[in-house]
Design a protein around this ligand. Structure first.
Ligand code: FES
Ligand code: FES
Length: 178
């Protein structure tokens, strides 16, 4: 489904193992037949076609590929796709509702939290993981939660402000979240 092989003749290609997995992505149930070595990032981008998850390094350094798996941020270039069998994946495309931006998206707009935007999906997903477990983070909490995500434009100050803006907005929407 997502892989291209060199055609070395029938024997070689028939030896390639394929696993069937079932998973949910942004609320949609999916079945995929994939090579066990396929990375989650490639399943998301090439298989499901959700290209909001960016690939910056492919080596676990930049965090651009961060998504949530069962609510926890993971670098999707560091996880095998077969590991999401039976699990729930959320990408940046799953943040907004049909009619409303997510507070994090609003926050990045309001506080100018992006320049080129390449790191932004990963930053937002790492921040969502934080706000889901800690709706009232300190600046230090935000910096720690985003410490695995790099911004080549070095816009860290405004990224942190954006997440704090989103946290405040989210608390105002859900009284009792303090
Ligand atoms: S692309 Fe996954 S950490 Fe950089
Ligand atoms: S906004 Fe350009 S890499 Fe972060």
């Amino acid at each position: 489904m997502t892989a291209v092989y060199d055609d070395l003749g029938d024997e070689a290609t028939s030896d390639i193992p394929v696993r069937r997995i079932r998973f949910t992505i942004n609320g949609a149930k999916k079945i995929a037949e994939i090579e066990p070595r396929l990375l989650l990032s490639h399943l998301i981008r090439r298989g499901v076609g959700l290209t909001g998850t960016h690939m910056g390094c492919d080596t676990t350094n930049c965090g651009a590929c961060t998504v949530l798996v069962d609510g926890k941020p993971v670098k999707s270039c560091t996880m095998l796709a077969v590991q999401v069998d039976g699990r729930e994946v959320t990408t940046v495309e799953g943040l907004a509702s049909a009619s409303e931006l997510h507070p994090l998206q609003e926050g990045f707009r309001e506080e100018h939290g992006l320049q080129c935007g390449f790191c932004t999906p990963g930053m937002m997903m790492a921040a969502k993981g934080l706000l889901d477990r800690n709706p009232n983070p300190t600046e230090e909490d935000v910096r720690w939660a985003l410490s695995g995500n790099l911004c080549r434009c070095t816009g860290y100050q405004n990224i942190v402000k954006s997440v704090l803006w989103a946290a405040e907005k989210q608390r105002a929407r859900t009284p009792g979240a303090e």
